[in-house]
Design a binder for this molecule. Structure first.
Ligand SMILES: Cc1ncc(COP(=O)(O)O)c(C=O)c1O
Length: 401
């Protein structure tokens, strides 16, 4: 039989699949073989969704109104809560007309790029970056321009770098504080400098605020929307995934001026229509009930963060920024990724494979986030596993020689 070979799109060939997959697939296979794998790769809280959210959704499931299509941009009750909490937590004054509810922050980001980018438009992305940003830019026809940062600068960008990379095609700057993968949080002063540069150059800021509530030691940075009251240049992305332990419910949102929102609505109306009504009710319930559960979760994260910092600091030739946000640390393991220190290990992918194969501990290699020589350590795992996993890491290093 003759098989016709279908030609797939150039776009799909240019997209890199989610880089966390390779290690997590390998970790899964090892687990299935009965190996005691400890995973430091989680991109989600290891806590249940709050009980009251589940109860409210159970009640909502009985309501026939929730079994039908609803408005593309979101349910009014949820949008009202987004308006209220955006003012309360982020100092942003917006109305319902400034909001589109999407299928998670990820979908909100893609829709935003699709709403703003023309072919060839450039988007500045600080590196190390969350893996989705460059791919979402490419899907939307734009060109990602990576702004590389250094460990010695706490992985923070500065305006000299931005100025050097700016062209007449620069359209958007991606801003994420606290950051995935580094956990780094900018100070108010640092943030203001960057915002002013973007505003002065008429460059949009896409501010990803998914981790806004997960900051420790009281460190936080203001939203650019506080300085751009009419949202002329600012788009805020937020959602319930991380702060309320609701990754699987898939609810995020875009906050922007009405021109952008109208574009985003148009695109979403053809892509997905409304987000599942029950998920929207879940998000409404989470916002309405406040941050008590988040605070409890944060106490655990902070305890583990301090424990992990302490353990890493005792490991020879591993350097660490004591990040104060999200649930990630991003240690510098470059010493072990070259120079023939470990047989066959020439980069952080090799190093992570070695740690997994020999010691059954799974980290995400820095290459996934655009930075060889590092690994992402999520502390969204139990205290016992964190202890055991980092003790194994320490033993691995001591065993070299
Ligand atoms: C920085 C950042 N932004 C956005 C998201 C997307 O979150 P959601 O689960 O709401 O799509 C993530 C998830 O990992 C993230 O780390």
């Amino acid at each position: 039989m003759k098989v016709r070979i279908m030609e797939i799109s150039k776009l799909s060939k240019s997209i890199t699949p989610s880089g966390t997959m390779a290690i997590s697939n390998k970790a899964r296979v090892l687990r299935e073989q009965g190996k005691p794998v400890i995973g430091f790769g989680a991109g989600e809280p290891d806590f249940p969704t709050p009980e009251y959210v589940i109860k409210d959704v159970q009640i909502a499931a009985e309501d026939p109104a929730n079994h039908k299509y609803s408005a593309v941009a979101g349910l009014n009750v949820l949008k009202d809560e987004i308006v209220r909490t955006s003012k309360l937590y982020s100092g942003i004054e917006v109305g319902q007309e400034n909001i589109v509810v999407s299928n998670g922050g990820k979908h909100a980001i893609l829709t935003t790029f699709m709403s703003l980018l023309n072919p060839g438009d450039e988007v500045l992305i600080p590196s190390p970056y969350w893996t989705t940003y460059p791919e979402a830019v490419k899907i939307s026809g734009g060109n990602p321009v990576i702004v590389d940062t250094e460990f010695d600068d706490d992985f923070k960008i500065n305006t000299d770098q931005l100025e050097a990379l700016k062209t007449n095609k620069t359209k958007i700057l991606v801003w994420v504080s606290p950051s995935n993968p580094t956990g780094v949080v900018y100070t108010k002063e640092e943030a203001e400098k960057i915002y002013n540069w973007a505003f002065d150059n008429d460059i949009w800021i896409l501010s990803d605020e998914l981790y806004e509530h997960l900051v420790y030691e009281g460190v936080t940075s203001p939203s650019p929307a506080q300085y751009d009251k009419t949202l002329k240049n600012t788009i805020v992305i937020n959602g319930v995934a991380k702060a309320y332990s609701m990754t699987g419910w898939r609810v995020g949102w875009i906050i922007a001026n009405t021109e952008v929102i109208d574009m985003a609505k148009k695109i979403q109306s053809h892509a997905t229509s409304n987000v599942s009504n029950l998920s929207q009710i879940a998000a409404y319930s989470a916002l309405k009930n406040g941050l008590n559960e988040t605070k409890i979760m944060k106490e655990s994260f902070n305890r583990r963060r301090l424990n992990a910092i302490d353990k890493f600091s005792q490991i020879e030739n591993v350097n660490l920024i004591e990040s104060t946000g999200a649930f990630y640390l991003f240690p510098d393991v470059s010493y072990y990724c070259s120079n023939g220190i470990i047989n066959g290990v020439n980069n952080s992918i090799d190093f992570c494979n070695w740690l997994l194969d020999e010691y059954f501990i799974a980290f995400v290699p820095g290459e996934v986030f655009g930075k060889n020589g590092f690994l992402r350590c999520s502390y969204a795992l139990s205290d016992e596993n964190l202890d055991e996993g980092l003790n194994r890491f320490s033993k691995a290093i001591k065993d070299i020689k």
